[in-house]
Design a protein around this ligand. Structure first.
Ligand SMILES: [Zn+2]
Length: 301
């Protein structure tokens, strides 16, 4: 999923303002004791001793090791492109990806916040920065990331966020319940999140891929929240095109994995078909084979 992407040096005034707001809500990811006011290199918890570290403006409390990020061939390529061309990566995905997001899905949700006042975080931002005022959190240490962390153990105080987005992340974790419990902990009462997850999408490890969700399955998964809305986040054509590309690459590679990897990029020529979803995303039966769903949830006040 892509949306507006900008990336500026950590030293910009906007970044400095964001870091200052973040410093006020920092907490130990292990015991949740406040870390506010700690200015030392090592962000050590005075209560339990659990320590993070600062790398420039980036705060590191764990996250993926290099081995995990480079675990499979597709992911090695993605990581290379993300690292070398990380500003271009979201644009490349937007053009070449078989998935067409519902227009304005994320930006529309974010407009419901006053980002100068409401602290909002991106849970698993990857290389995206959707707004200069949003806290970017990810397991990977990309240049745009404010907090490199295990998303099940966030270095944030209870109730510190007004909102958040989690876009195409939960399918990549083995224990979505633990991630959702942590979202619930760091949201303030009345705080809202937008979560996108896939339904009809081929296997795509980044660096792992564990599950898909139906509409009712998604409502069940977020049972601890008030569910405000579930909508098709990426339509039926997106669901079909990606499967078709994988199928074509398989049929035309005659059992050879090497040939499959050579043919697959050629099938990306079919990706523009996804634009049919501009219409089909609104079809009343679109949920039957939607590429993915977006759920908007609220923590009870
Ligand atoms: Zn602690």
């Amino acid at each position: 999923m892509t949306d507006t992407v900008t990336d500026t040096p950590m030293s910009s005034p906007a970044a400095a303002a964001r870091q200052a707001r973040l410093a006020a809500v920092l907490a130990c990811p292990a015991c949740h004791a406040p870390l506010a006011g700690t200015s030392q290199e090592s962000l050590a918890c005075a209560v339990c001793g659990h320590a993070g570290e600062r790398r420039g403006a980036q705060l590191r409390f764990g996250g993926f090791g290099d081995e995990e990020l480079k675990a499979d061939a597709l992911n090695r390529i993605k990581e290379l492109v993300k690292t070398r061309f990380h500003r271009l990566y979201p644009t490349a995905i937007k053009v070449l990806s078989p998935v067409h997001d519902r227009p304005g899905l994320i930006s529309g949700f974010l407009r419901g916040f006053d980002l100068d006042r409401d602290l909002v975080a991106d849970f698993g931002c990857g290389t995206h920065r959707r707004d200069e005022r949003i806290i970017c959190m990810d397991g990977g240490s990309y240049g745009n990331v404010d907090i490199v962390t295990d998303l099940r153990r966030l270095p944030l105080a209870d109730g510190s966020l007004a909102g958040g987005v989690s876009i195409a992340v939960l399918e990549h974790v083995p224990d979505p319940d633990a991630h959702i419990a942590e979202m619930h902990r760091v949201l303030r009462p009345g705080g809202r999140m937008l979560v996108f997850v896939p339904f009809m999408q081929p296997f795509h490890a980044s660096p792992y891929d564990f599950q898909r969700y139906t509409e009712v399955g998604l409502r069940e998964q977020f049972g601890r929240f008030e569910v405000l809305d579930v909508k098709v986040g990426a339509g039926p054509t997106s669901g079909m095109v990606w499967v078709l590309q994988e199928w074509l690459a398989m049929v035309l590679s005659f059992g050879s994995c090497r040939l499959y990897r050579a043919v697959l990029p050629l099938t990306w020529l079919l990706s523009p078909l996804k634009l049919l979803d501009l219409l089909l995303v609104h079809h009343p039966m679109a949920a039957q084979v939607a590429s993915g769903f977006a759920i908007e949830i609220r923590k009870a006040a």
